[in-house]
Design a protein around this ligand. Structure first.
Ligand SMILES: Cc1cc2nc3c(=O)[nH]c(=O)nc-3n(C[C@H](O)[C@H](O)[C@H](O)COP(=O)(O)OP(=O)(O)OC[C@H]3O[C@@H](n4cnc5c(N)ncnc54)[C@H](O)[C@@H]3O)c2cc1C
Length: 382
């Protein structure tokens, strides 16, 4: 077993890190305050290949393997202090681009992937509904056969990128009698279609530069060519997307934790109280030691799950374990950094209060912590 990054992965990490530090961090505090999503930054990320990391070159992506994809996203999380932007890119990439690449027809891949990779198109994943969150398959949105296609009706909520997306991966019931497996289908739905409505945009506590809102579908006609992954294949496609999201999106949080750890070390070394650096107080140093332990363990879990996406028969257990550990470590780390900074950690200008606000959602999206524990318990036969 080799734990070292290879030469290509080291170069990739360095390039993305420098790019993020140089280009993505200007005015983050202000953008967070105003909930601003900047399309130019999206374009810059696309030029770096970040919006299509594992997509083969034939469709416009850099064609990275799954582990290198996680390494790139880890570097992005380390270098970029705008966690909302990172989250938007990951939601687009892992819950939309990856399923199109993995489940799309040749026609769908040729039609969507080049634009999704080069930054021209933004995608959103629309699964959650007002009455179905953790129980995602209790959805009400339905797609009924109509002519050469389907008519979609329903409301989706919590759609990351929804307010700015050009195309949405929409899940709908096609056969209620078949239930979870076989009864749900995913569709590629273009924003320009009649009946597709971008409804309310939400204000939220963190990840404020990542736009999120409701999408409403009223008699939206899609042709049968819009079916992604076959009629009835929605649950399989969703599970696959969640494996990628739980494994790779959370790589960005490992990078964030490492950045916060370094910030805590630097502050604890220079802030003096009672005649010495606060790092000399064991209570402070131990908090930081725990941060180090968590970032190291988190990275191993993430890289193992990401590697498994291409090498394991099923990666769902590893992805759930990794997602659960990383999100809970991230929230703990951000709270501990505030504690190390004392009252200054509570002030916006030190940027660590934003890190707390940005972190909380990680225990909710991609399935809550409770749902990850249910998945793990299920794998243990409980
Ligand atoms: C920042 C953010 C971005 C998101 N982006 C998207 C997106 O792009 N697309 C999308 O479709 N959705 C998205 N979501 C929605 C997200 O997937 C849901 O919020 C999540 O699945 C939980 O659903 P819910 O909010 O309805 O909570 P509920 O399901 O109502 O859960 C409420 C509480 O009950 C607990 N609970 C529920 N069921 C169980 C159970 N069986 N066992 C134990 N505990 C349970 C939950 O863990 C939670 O603590 C996003 C959410 C957030 C916060």
């Amino acid at each position: 077993m080799d734990f070292a990054l290879n030469e290509e992965q080291r170069i990739l990490r360095g390039q993305i890190l420098r790019f993020a530090q140089d280009k993505l961090n200007k005015d983050v505090r202000q953008r967070d305050r105003d909930q601003v999503f900047q399309r130019e930054l999206w374009g810059a990320c696309a030029q770096m290949g970040l919006t299509g990391l594992p997509v083969p070159q034939a469709y416009g992506g850099p064609g990275l393997d799954s582990l290198s994809t996680a390494i790139a996203i880890d570097a992005l999380g380390y270098g970029c202090e705008d966690s909302g932007l990172v989250f938007s890119i990951c939601a687009h990439l892992l819950a939309c681009v990856v399923p199109i690449w993995k489940f799309g027809t040749e026609e769908q891949k040729n039609r969507y992937l080049p634009g999704l990779c080069d930054g021209t198109l933004i995608a959103a994943n629309a699964m959650s509904e007002p009455e179905s969150g953790s129980d995602a398959f209790a959805m009400q949105t339905r797609a009924e056969p109509h002519g050469d296609g389907f008519l979609i009706n329903g409301t989706k909520t919590f759609v990351s990128n929804g307010p700015v997306a050009d195309v949405a991966v929409v899940f709908a019931i096609t056969d209620r009698t078949k239930g979870y497996f076989g009864g749900i289908t995913s569709f590629l739905v273009d924003r320009a279609l009649p009946g597709y409505r971008v409804a309310q945009k939400f204000e939220k506590m963190g990840l404020r530069t990542s736009p999120i809102g409701e999408l409403v579908f009223e008699d939206v006609f899609v042709s049968r060519h819009a079916v992604l992954g076959g009629v009835g294949g929605g649950s399989r496609l969703f599970a696959h997307s969640m494996d990628w999201e739980r494994a790779c999106l959370f790589a960005s949080h490992v990078g964030t934790m490492e950045r916060l750890l370094e910030k805590a070390v630097a502050y604890a070394r220079t802030r003096r109280q009672t005649g010495q650096a606060i790092s000399k107080h064991q209570a402070v140093a131990h908090k930081i030691a725990d941060m180090k332990m968590q970032v190291e363990a988190a990275r191993l879990l993430v890289y193992k799950a990401a590697w498994g996406l291409e090498h394991s028969q099923s990666v769902s257990l590893d992805a759930a374990v990794s997602k659960l550990f990383v999100s809970e470590s991230l929230v703990r780390t951000t709270l501990d950094v505030v504690q190390v900074f004392g009252g200054y950690g509570f002030l916006s200008e030190f940027d660590v209060e934003r890190a707390v606000r940005d972190a909380i959602g990680s225990k909710l999206y991609s399935g809550t912590s409770e749902i990850q524990r249910n998945i793990i318990a299920g794998w243990l036969g409980l």
